[in-house]
Design a protein around this ligand. Structure first.
Ligand SMILES: Nc1ncnc2c1ncn2[C@@H]1O[C@H](COP(=O)(O)OP(=O)(O)OP(=O)(O)O)[C@@H](O)[C@H]1O
Length: 334
C-alpha cells in the first residue's frame, strides 16, 4: 500500500478543520445570543474627544510615576529577564519574596510576571486591564491577576499588576512549530481559546484584541500542543453593548484585525455599527462592542496559524466582515 504523500496528508488534515472550526464558532455564537443585556452606553458630549469613551477615570493618571517612589517592604523582586515588550508596556519576570521566619532568611518564589506600563497611554491601558481582570480574572482560559499595585524592589507600583509567568505566547509557538504539529493541536488550542472568550462574554466583556501574541500558554503537552491557555492583554477590552471609540492609530496600531467594513464605511453585515444617542440629543454612528468582534478575530487567528483557507471561513473573514488591521486603514471610519 502506497503511503500518503505529505502534502495530501496535510490537505486532508486541513480539510478536517472545516467542521471543527464551524462547530466551535457556532458554539461561540450561540453563547453570544444569551448574553446579559447591553449596558447603557457611556457617551460624552457630542464632538468631544473620543478618548472620553474610555472606562478608566483619567484623574488617576497624573500621580502614577511619582507614587512609584513610595517605599514599601516585601513583595516582589525583578529578575533580569524581560518576558515581552509592547508599545505601551513591558512584562518582566519577578520573584516573590517570602519571609521565612523559621530560618530567619528571605526566600524567593519564582514564576511570576509583572506588567509595567509605558507612558500615559500605557497607564490608562493597565488601569483598564486591572478593572477588566477584576471582573473576568476568575474565568478559566483568562489570565488571572495575582497582585494589583504590588511592591517591587522596595517601590510601590500603583499601575502595575502581577500574574503567573507563562511559558510563551501562541504567536511565538506558531512560528517555531511545523504545520503538521500545528494541525494536530488545532482542536485543543481552539477549544481553550473558545472557553476563555465564552466566559468573558458571559461576564459582559469583549476582549477586542484577540490575536496569537495575546494568548499565553503554561507549557506543552506530550504531543507538543500548548496547554493551560489564557487570554491576556485587556487594554482595549469593552463592556458588551458600549460604543467603541472610532479607530485611531493609537488604539489599533497593535491590534491585529477588526471588521474591515468599518474602515471602508461600506457594508456592515455583522451589524456592529449602531446609532448612539448622545447626551445633548445628537446621534452618532459608532461601532458597538459585541462578541462577534472577538469571533472574527478568533477566526482570523485560525487562518493565520493554521493557514486555513476553506470557503466557509473565508466567507466569515472576507470583504465586509473581518479583515487584517494595519496602520493604513485607521482613519476610514464611515
Ligand atoms: N504572564 C506572562 N508570562 C510570560 N510572558 C508574558 C506574560 N505576559 C506577557 N508576556 C509576554 O509579553 C508579551 C506582551 O505582553 P502584553 O500583550 O500583555 O503587553 P502589551 O504591552 O499590551 O503588548 P502589545 O503591544 O503586543 O499589545 C506577550 O506577547 C508575551 O509574549
Amino acid at each position: 500500500v502506497r503511503s500518503m504523500p505529505k502534502e495530501e496528508k496535510e490537505y486532508e488534515l486541513i480539510q478536517q478543520l472545516d467542521e471543527d472550526v464551524m462547530a466551535s464558532l457556532h458554539e461561540l455564537n450561540k453563547s453570544a445570543t444569551t448574553l446579559p443585556s447591553p449596558i447603557t452606553p457611556r457617551v460624552k458630549v457630542f464632538g468631544s474627544s473620543l478618548e472620553g469613551f474610555e472606562d478608566v477615570p483619567s484623574g488617576l493618571l497624573e500621580k502614577e510615576m511619582e507614587s512609584t517612589e513610595e517605599g514599601c517592604r516585601d513583595g516582589y523582586a525583578k529578575t533580569k529577564k524581560v518576558l515581552g515588550a509592547g508599545v505601551y508596556g513591558t512584562v518582566y519576570e519577578v520573584e516573590k519574596k517570602i519571609h521565612e521566619k523559621w530560618y530567619k532568611r528571605r526566600q524567593r518564589q519564582r514564576g511570576f510576571a509583572l506588567k509595567i506600563p509605558k507612558g500615559d497611554r500605557g497607564i490608562r491601558s493597565t488601569q483598564k486591564e486591572m478593572a477588566v481582570l477584576d471582573d473576568v480574572g476568575t474565568c478559566k482560559g483568562v489570565l488571572s491577576m495575582i497582585d494589583k499595585s504590588p511592591c517591587v524592589d522596595g517601590k510601590k507600583m500603583p499601575n502595575s499588576y502581577v500574574t503567573k509567568m507563562y511559558a510563551g505566547d501562541l504567536h511565538k509557538w506558531s512560528k517555531v512549530t511545523p504545520i503538521m504539529t500545528r494541525v494536530h493541536c488545532y482542536q485543543t488550542v481552539f477549544s481553550q481559546v473558545a472557553a476563555g472568550l465564552t466566559c468573558m462574554h458571559e461576564k459582559g466583556w469583549i476582549h477586542n484584541d484577540v490575536k496569537a501574541a495575546n494568548i499565553l500558554y503554561e507549557g506543552l503537552d506530550d504531543k507538543g500542543c500548548p496547554e493551560g491557555l489564557v487570554l491576556a492583554d485587556f487594554g482595549i477590552s469593552y463592556k458588551i453593548g458600549s460604543p467603541i471609540s472610532p479607530f485611531n492609530e493609537e488604539d489599533y496600531m497593535s491590534a491585529f484585525y477588526i471588521v474591515e467594513s468599518l474602515f471602508y464605511g461600506m457594508k456592515d453585515p455583522l451589524k456592529i455599527v449602531r446609532s448612539f444617542e448622545l447626551e445633548n440629543g445628537g446621534a452618532m454612528l459608532l461601532p458597538t462592542a459585541i462578541p462577534k468582534i472577538d469571533l472574527c478575530s478568533a477566526a482570523f487567528m485560525i487562518y493565520r496559524i493554521w493557514n486555513y483557507k476553506e470557503p466557509a471561513l473565508q466567507k466569515l473573514m472576507g470583504a465586509g466582515t473581518c479583515g487584517p488591521m494595519g496602520p493604513g486603514r485607521t482613519q476610514l471610519f464611515p
